[in-house]
Ligand binder design. Structure first.
Ligand SMILES: [Zn+2]
Length: 299
């Protein structure tokens, strides 16, 4: 299991799936420029882009964060057996994700907190699992942390537009609502500390209520950025949004601000969808910014 250490905190990547984006780069990233891709092919192939398929590589994984006090799962991928018409990569999956979690040394009952950076379908799936035909929380002892704004936008009973939103409607009903009904949800506003080293901060743009998570301890800082960025090439081109960013101008501003903060603090960036090695630092270069990938301390 790919594991990074930041002082006494360990971060383990729990893979759900890695593969090609389902759309061509132009349909995946808004503002995509072929010349930027061409300039960076030497490091993009094969882990971030396939010239043969002409597809960007997209990983779907959770970050398992173990501090001395807490075991936190950040984002919960697409999940098994979920009905996701229009999303073949997320529809009716049967992936041994929980076995991978156990292989990382954690039983579902040992997870203390699940944080969803936002409520799109590829970030909430393992919140629940199907037991005797019902969706039940996968992590029986966890508090599930959701942004209050996300919860308001995602709930089709309060926002009729969510029902038609293919990223949200079904996902809310099978992966968020059962957690709320079980009394395990905590709705978060503004900054929110999980413990001494972990702080949730608003990071709006991809969605209105999107949040990120900062880790800070004596050894350094790390940022878990969710979908603030979808692909490592966006470090070179922070003005590119994903096609699913709900507030384009805000998404660009948030991305640039967090990139600058990563540079300033020499923070390790743990994004939701980057290809291998999935983790990077960011360095300022004359043309802007450049990734400096960080291989795992152990595999
Ligand atoms: Zn995503």
């Amino acid at each position: 299991m790919a594991t990074w250490a930041i002082g006494d905190v360990t971060v383990i990547r729990i893979e759900e799936q890695i593969g090609f984006a389902s759309r061509a780069p132009e349909d995946y990233l808004d503002g995509f420029e072929r010349e930027v891709l061409a300039r960076h092919l030497d490091w993009l192939v094969p882990h971030h882009y396939s010239p043969r398929e002409d597809r960007l590589v997209n990983s779907v994984h959770s970050w398992l964060i173990r501090t001395g006090r807490h075991t936190v799962l950040l984002d919960s991928c697409a999940g098994n057996h979920k009905h996701r018409p229009g999303f073949p990569r997320f529809h009716q999956l049967d992936i041994p994700f929980l076995n991978r979690l156990r292989a990382a040394g954690v039983q579902p009952k040992e997870v203390d907190a699940v944080l969803c950076t936002h409520l799109h379908s590829d970030h909430v799936g393992w919140n629940t699992m199907l037991v005797d035909g019902r969706w039940v929380p996968t992590f029986p002892n966890a508090k599930y942390l959701f942004s209050r704004i996300e919860n308001e936008i995602g709930d089709p009973r309060r926002n009729p537009a969510a029902e038609a939103d293919i990223q949200r409607g079904f996902a809310y009903c099978d992966s968020v609502l059962p957690v709320i009904e079980a009394g395990q949800a905590v709705l978060v506003d503004g900054e929110h500390a999980i413990d001494d080293s972990l702080t949730i901060v608003p990071a709006p743009g991809h969605t209105r209520g999107h949040v990120a998570l900062w880790l800070a301890n004596t050894a350094g800082r790390a940022l878990f950025s969710g979908d603030v960025m979808h692909h490592a090439l966006q470090i070179h081109a922070p003005h590119w949004n994903s096609k699913f960013c709900e507030l384009p101008d805000v998404a660009r501003a948030t991305r640039r601000q967090l990139i600058e903060q990563c540079v300033e603090h020499r923070a390790t960036l743990f994004p939701a969808h980057f290809g291998a090695p999935h983790v990077t630092r960011i360095r300022a270069v004359p043309q802007g910014f450049s990734p400096e990938f960080v291989v795992a301390d152990r595999n």
